[in-house]
Design a protein around this ligand. Structure first.
Ligand SMILES: Nc1ncnc2c1ncn2[C@@H]1O[C@H](COP(=O)(O)OP(=O)(O)OP(=O)(O)O)[C@@H](O)[C@H]1O
Length: 505
């Protein structure tokens, strides 16, 4: 059965109570009890009544589907309903993750086939109504229509088969409609979301790594109607190797840190049950006046070196980052440059992006641009109230989500995708290899900031500028390589939306 429960704790707010049997038929009569939040199942057989396994309960917030139907055999007068749950389960000592449990119940309360079907329908409809009411309002139409963009080359190249085995059945059971588009080349997704009418879909789902999400966000921001289209909810299904956004959303949704198909199942559940929450976007400007929109990170030095240099170990999946970290540690590089930032000291600086949009939309045309009101042009010195550090750096990382990768819990202080902070981490050349090893080991569980790691600085900021002295290093935005040259950016709090089970942070 499901979770054992003590019937003495069954609440008084019972909405439905009837006798069913469980299918496949085991001959035992069951008492089903429905409250606003749970389905309780109690065996009525004398033999099992004394055992704990004769009782179970399921939370309706874990339910993705409930349907009533007749028996296949026309002589069968029973009425049936099937409820599908994805409760969090895990072996003792291991992280819990969403696992599918399907329960089918049959009633023969009446001698009339139609009456039995009617009773089964009453249960199924009530359960559907109640599971929609659990937690935050879903806010997406029902049935929801998703545009799924899938990169078959992401990660170890298994995204398509994983979609077929782990996602498609769940979407079908949850009665979600989807259009699947398998990308054939880089930038196809970017062009598609930039040029197509997206009104036929309620959310855009990316099944890949962070690179395809980067394409989607930048494609949306290139549209003349970007100000409205960027609000279309996005959703991520991990099909890459880093999967930082997927791991972050999994974390904000109250799930434990898991990887692989466990993370995928959790994220598919979030897609079926989540609600749109604000997503911060950092607007970056390069010295060649290129505008880049980022949802995750900007890295220069150690982290971007590992990310890009470990591409050749892609076949290893996530292990590529551990191998890359080890290789780079043996030949540590340093990078001279200037780092400037505006600390997030007052809430007035954690800006709501609507202010930036209003100021730039006086004429209300659809071609307005998003203004970066916290920064001055790159060829001018930063404002005097900014902080500046000139040094020989080992790493510089600006991160706006909790995870830098599925097993890199780099910014544990981030509780939601729209908090309005950029977490700036940097270390200069005085950091030792031992400290770096300690840092990367502790980062897996997010305990690195509790330890004294000398020469590692963390500061929450709302805007920053990086000016490398040489152009030889590797710089990445959301894991994608960009030209290593002066760049600056500022946060736009809650500019986008992403599906999550967490609060509106
Ligand atoms: N069909 C395709 N063939 C080759 N490259 C593609 C295709 N579709 C998309 N791409 C490109 O693949 C790149 C990598 O994809 P993505 O980042 O999503 O996966 P990943 O690198 O495995 O994951 P992560 O970024 O989480 O490490 C993206 O920049 C995207 O433009």
């Amino acid at each position: 059965m499901g979770e054992a429960h003590d019937l003495s704790t069954v609440p008084t707010d019972v909405l439905l109570c009837d006798t069913f049997s469980q299918v496949p038929e085991d001959g035992n009569a069951l008492s089903l009890l429905l409250t606003r939040t749970q389905l309780f199942i109690q065996s009525l057989s004398a033999t099992s009544a004394s055992s704990g396994s004769s009782r179970a309960s399921f939370h309706l917030s874990d339910c993705i589907s409930c349907r009533a139907f007749r028996g296949k055999d026309s002589r069968d007068i029973g009425g049936y309903f099937t409820a599908i749950f994805f409760p969090l389960r895990g072996m003792l000592g291991t992280a819990a993750y969403r696992q599918r449990i399907s329960r089918t119940f049959r009633t023969e309360a009446s001698r009339d086939r139609e009456q039995n079907l009617k009773l089964a329908r009453t249960w199924a409809q009530k359960i559907c109504l109640l599971f929609d009411e659990q937690g935050h309002p879903r806010l997406l139409p029902s049935p929801a229509r998703f545009l799924v963009l899938l990169n078959p080359r992401g990660g170890t190249g298994k995204a398509f088969s994983l979609f077929e085995t782990h996602v498609m059945p769940m979407l079908t059971e949850a009665n979600a409609h989807f259009t699947l588009l398998v990308t054939e080349r880089p930038n196809q997704a970017r062009e598609l979301v930039r040029e197509r009418d997206l009104s036929a879909w309620d959310a855009i789902v990316v099944m890949s790594g962070d690179g395809l999400m980067f394409e989607v966000i930048n494609g949306l921001m290139e549209r003349p109607d970007w100000a409205t289209t960027i609000k279309k909810p996005l959703s991520i299904l991990p099909g890459g190797s880093g999967n930082a956004l997927a791991a972050s959303i999994n974390h904000y949704s109250g799930h434990q840190q898991v990887t692989g198909t466990k993370l995928l199942t959790n994220c598919a559940f979030i897609l079926c049950k989540g609600h749109p929450v604000p997503l911060d976007i950092v607007s970056l400007t390069t010295s060649s006046q290129q505008r880049i929109f980022s949802f995750l990170s900007l890295a220069w030095g150690f982290i971007s070196d590992v990310d890009i240099e470990s591409e050749k170990y892609r076949f290893m999946g996530y292990a590529r980052f551990s191998v890359g970290t080890f290789v780079r540690l043996t030949a540590l590089r340093t990078y001279r440059g200037r780092l400037s930032y505006l600390p997030a000291i007052s809430s007035s600086e954690i800006r709501d992006t609507t202010a930036d949009m209003k100021s730039s939309s006086a004429d209300r045309t659809e071609t307005r641009v998003l203004e970066d009101s916290l920064v001055v042009p790159l060829d001018q010195p930063v404002p005097s109230h900014w902080h500046t550090v000139e040094d020989q750096f080992v790493l510089v990382l600006a991160l706006y989500q909790s995870h830098l990768g599925a097993e890199h819990f780099t910014a544990p202080m981030v509780k939601g995708p729209g908090e309005g902070n950029i977490h700036l981490f940097y270390a200069n050349s005085r950091i030792s290899r031992t400290s770096l090893i300690k840092l990367f080991i502790a980062m897996e569980k997010g305990t690195h900031l509790d330890q004294e790691i000398a020469h590692l600085i963390h500061v929450p900021v709302v805007a920053f500028r990086i000016e490398p002295s040489e152009s030889t290093g590797i710089m990445t935005v959301d894991g994608e390589v960009i030209e290593c040259s002066p760049i600056q950016g500022q946060i736009h709090r809650g500019l986008g939306h992403v599906l999550s089970l967490g609060p509106q942070l």
